[in-house]
Design a protein around this ligand. Structure first.
Ligand SMILES: [Zn+2]
Length: 130
């Protein structure tokens, strides 16, 4: 089990602000709606898993999925890949795959710690603009 960090919590808050509507969040696969704070039913779901820091906080790598869809896609990686490719379109999907295979240093030109600090500050700013 991968430890949930303050960055993950910030990402969840930011995505809730960006993707939530009228106090509810929708599963991006089945479309079912859940209350914004129902962490048990609606999960932050990574296409490339949390072990991959290059895209762990990358918004295109992350979806809200209900418990059922998250489990189903986790158990069926080929279907998950097809679903993701369709969701993003070919070009963005390929770009995400490329990002996932690079290092933070290659992507952002700084070490992981610097990148995380910068990402966090940026996310905090974005969140207060909502
Ligand atoms: Zn669902």
């Amino acid at each position: 089990m991968i430890k949930i960090t303050k960055y993950d919590r910030m990402l969840r808050s930011l995505l809730k602000a960006k993707r939530g509507k009228n106090g509810a969040i929708q599963c991006s696969r089945c479309g079912r709606s859940y209350p914004l704070d129902d962490c048990a039913q609606v999960h932050v779901s990574h296409f490339f898993g949390r072990a991959n820091w290059a895209v762990r906080l990358d918004e295109e790598n992350v979806d809200f999925h209900c418990h059922g869809c998250h489990q189903y896609l986790g158990a069926n990686p080929h279907i998950h890949a097809e679903w993701k490719r369709e969701q993003l379109g070919e070009e963005r999907y390929r770009a995400l795959v490329l990002r996932a295979h690079k290092t933070i240093k290659e992507l952002y030109g700084v070490k992981k710690g610097v990148y995380l600090d910068q990402w966090y500050e940026q996310a905090k700013k974005e969140l207060t603009d909502f």
